[in-house]
Design a protein around this ligand. Structure first.
Ligand SMILES: [Zn+2]
Ligand SMILES: [Zn+2]
Length: 763
């Protein structure tokens, strides 16, 4: 059909702050259409008038070829009466009309802005805050929607005439880029010395780089908070940073200027290069090259290195442009805080709280509204596996397989992330942290408020972990104000999360393997080695790791030798001194431990797979005491990667004859480990054999219990282990199973809120 007509088009999705309106303008102009485009709080509304086939072509481009950062969720078009007129207008944002906008995440500096920063002829040469519609801060500077400059922390920086021209010119890359600025009108960079002396931009930058070269520790204001930086090749500097942060062995991430610098640290392939240089710029966990010029103290005992590329214009200046005296090639970049505290993001707070940690501060006066840590990802069989979903990803929505009422899910207590949802969208917050102090609880409060303001969701339902003593659960009860708080079992939520991100509507069950460290079971035990036949409504526990004692609770989490001894005791293996964990246990502690195991005093029962990894790591002599979560398992995985397991020597016994869940007993496996230890088999080989046994267990249990379903779901923190996840995936697929794993949210507790949303609304 041809002829002139007019259409009103509603575009839903992430279309604000991503250059969508200029794109519409130029596309409409190219098609000879008149009309207008405006943002509203549910996305964008376009009116176009012209020949119908031109309008059809325009709609095709809208759907198929939007700007790179836009996410088009839906396009609806309807004919309306012709009004005539010429030209195409971009209408300023009007008031909110109760719909919903999707705010963009923070985006790393784009290539166009980077080349401007390096071009002496450009007016933004060496500008520390260069950005455009395709890049720059968003989530961390936006207080509410609609997305306009007045609603951002750039409200206090009036644009100069040149910037205002670019902002108003629909053909310019900066058209309606809310944080647009230049050296004349933008934020100011300052270097603050430890003495309190302030030094201006260029001179300050040189001093900051000098401090890093000299082995000092620099606080750098980033997108979502302050980092502490030092020269990654300088062992003295890195060790000093560890000492000041009271950091123990937990690995530091490293930032480099570009891909060639990253190649000097780690072996890269196409997938890892794409991840590293993508607009999210996460920390990517990569195998460290033996020759990497990085001090051992950056990631002690760890075969991997967390690497990210510079992602703000300030970072690239810190590394130095071609004419600068260069700074260190690789910088440790760790969040500016004391171990466990939330990241500092306010300037006064950063100066005060980091005063004993930093020797100088590179800061500026564009406020950060909400803190947002760096994201962490790794690659499993070439696919992205999120470990921490935060900067660059939050608050991109996750589409839900079914519609839900306005809901808030508070997540779990470790690696907390919350989520709100309404209709077919869920928005996960940035990473908040471990809910074990007041500061984190208050960060939780402000993240909830911010997420509410950006999404406009007013929750009618709260969902929380079934653990009665989780702080997140108590928060939900304290803040519910009469609204229902629905409890969801921890491992059920894990499996529901992976189902949701794969778009399963819950009409069919999956066989879920939920392997992690800790989760509250309805029988009061600590679960963590669970095989659940599940949909959103409920689950049946088909199999579990046989309970053993967790003597003294958290003490045994921090001291894997105790977990090994508990497992040995359960397996009937005597505590001989030649076994590394027994040797690591002081004699008096040994006596108390034995008493606890015999009487059950101070013991809880656990089926945790994470603790079994700890026990095997300790038995193999890898790690007896940890100072960060999963350290023993991570080091065991590292040693196992390059080792050959040989024939399948270890196996779990599975008892199918009992009432209730099948019992998976590791006793015989542990006796085989003990034999190997006594025969001098290297730890890596023991580890490889153990990983192979866990994979075989999963495949056997899948064959036994995946009746009526062919879909196997893998979730829980244990599946952050790339070796285990990779082999499990391949082996299950080779055996004909459909396997779903995490791609968008982490398998650890950082992804649990998504599952809570689904289960909590499926009663
Ligand atoms: Zn840009
Ligand atoms: Zn300007």
């Amino acid at each position: 059909m041809t002829g002139r007509c007019r259409q009103r088009i509603w575009v839903h999705g992430v279309v604000q702050g991503v250059g969508f309106r200029p794109f519409v303008y130029t596309t409409a102009a190219a098609a000879g259409l008149s009309g207008s485009v405006r943002n509203d709080s549910s996305g964008a509304i376009i009116e176009v008038e012209g020949e119908r086939d031109h309008i059809d072509g325009f709609l095709d481009r809208l759907r198929d070829d939007p700007p790179p950062l836009a996410v088009i969720e839906a396009v609806e078009a309807r004919d309306i009466p012709i009004v005539g007129g010429t030209g195409f207008r971009i209408v300023d944002t009007s008031r909110s009309d109760g719909g919903r906008t999707l705010v963009s995440p923070d985006v790393a500096m784009c290539a166009d802005c980077e080349s401007e920063q390096r071009n002496p002829a450009n007016r933004r040469y060496r500008h520390a805050f260069v950005n455009c519609t395709n890049c720059g801060p968003r989530f961390t500077i936006i207080a509410g929607v609609p997305y306009d400059r007045a609603a951002t922390t750039m409200a206090d920086f009036p644009m100069c005439a040149d910037c205002a021209d670019e902002y108003a010119d629909p053909t310019d890359r900066r058209f309606h880029a809310q944080p647009v600025c230049c050296p004349h009108c933008g934020p100011t960079l300052t270097y603050l010395e430890g003495s309190g002396h302030r030094i201006g931009a260029e001179h300050g930058l040189r001093r900051a780089r000098q401090l890093l070269r000299d082995g000092g520790i620099l606080a750098v204001k980033g997108i979502g908070g302050y980092h502490l930086a030092c020269d990654a090749a300088n062992d003295g500097a890195v060790s000093e940073l560890r000492r000041r942060k009271r950091r123990g062995d937990k690995p530091f991430a490293v930032m480099v200027a570009d891909l060639p610098a990253a190649r000097a640290l780690c072996g890269l392939d196409e997938s890892s290069e794409r991840l590293l240089s993508g607009p999210q710029r996460p920390i990517v966990l990569l195998a460290r090259s033996p020759s990497a010029p990085v001090a051992d103290s950056v990631a002690p005992h760890n075969p991997d290195l967390g690497v990210m590329l510079a992602y703000t214009p300030l970072h690239t200046l810190l590394f130095g442009l071609p004419d600068d005296e260069p700074g260190p090639a690789a910088l440790v970049m760790t969040s500016g805080n004391l171990g466990g505290e939330p990241i500092c993001y306010r300037d006064d707070d950063a100066v005060e709280r980091l005063s004993h940690l930093a020797d100088g501060w590179l800061m500026h006066d564009r406020p950060i509204l909400v803190p947002c840590d760096d994201s962490v990802v790794r690659l499993v069989s070439g696919s992205e596996l999120p470990i921490r979903r935060s900067r660059g990803y939050a608050p991109l929505p996750v589409a839900l397989p079914m519609s839900v009422p306005p809901t808030l899910a508070v997540g779990a207590d470790l690696k907390n992330t919350m989520a709100v949802a309404e209709g077919r969208y869920a928005w996960l917050s940035q990473h908040i942290g471990d809910m074990d102090d007041l500061a984190t609880l208050s960060a939780f409060d402000s993240a909830a408020t911010h997420l509410g303001a950006l999404t406009g969701v007013h929750p009618e339902v709260f969902v929380a972990d079934a653990h009665p003593r989780y702080r997140s659960t108590s928060w939900a009860h304290r803040n519910a104000g009469g609204r229902p708080v629905r409890p969801v079992q921890h491992h059920h939520a894990h499996i529901a999360a992976v189902m949701a991100e794969h778009g399963l509507d819950g009409s069919e069950q999956v066989l879920g393997f939920a392997f992690d460290g800790t989760g509250y079971g309805p029988d009061g035990a600590i679960w963590g080695g669970e095989v659940l036949l599940a949909d959103y409504k409920g689950f049946r526990r088909m199999a579990q790791l046989k309970y053993v004692s967790l003597p003294g609770g958290d003490i045994s989490v921090l001291r894997p030798y105790r977990m090994a001894m508990s497992h040995l005791w359960a397996a009937g293996v005597s505590w001989a001194d030649d076994l590394p964990p027994v040797n690591a246990c002081p004699a008096d502690e040994r006596a108390v431990l034995l008493h606890q195991l015999e009487t059950g005093l101070g013991c809880v029962r656990t089926s945790s797979m994470g603790r079994l990894f700890d026990a095997v790591s300790a038995l193999a002599g890898v790690r007896q005491v940890v100072d960060y979560e999963a350290q023993a398992a991570i080091e065991l995985e590292g040693l196992s990667r390059s080792a050959d397991s040989g024939v399948l020597r270890y196996r779990f016994d599975v008892d199918l004859t009992v009432d209730g869940p099948a019992q998976v007993d590791p006793a015989a496996l542990l006796r085989a480990v003990v034999d190997d230890v006594r025969n001098g088999v290297p730890a890596g080989v023991i580890g490889a054999r153990f990983h192979a046994a866990v994979v075989r267990l999963i495949v056997e249990l899948a064959a036994e219990f995946a009746t009526g379903t062919n879909t196997v779901a893998l979730s829980g923190g244990v599946f952050q282990n790339a070796l285990l996840a990779g082999i499990t995936l391949t082996t299950l697929r080779d055996n004909g199973f459909e396997v779903i794993t995490h791609r968008r949210v982490p398998p650890n507790d950082g992804g649990i809120a998504l599952g809570q949303l689904m289960v909590g609304n499926s009663g």
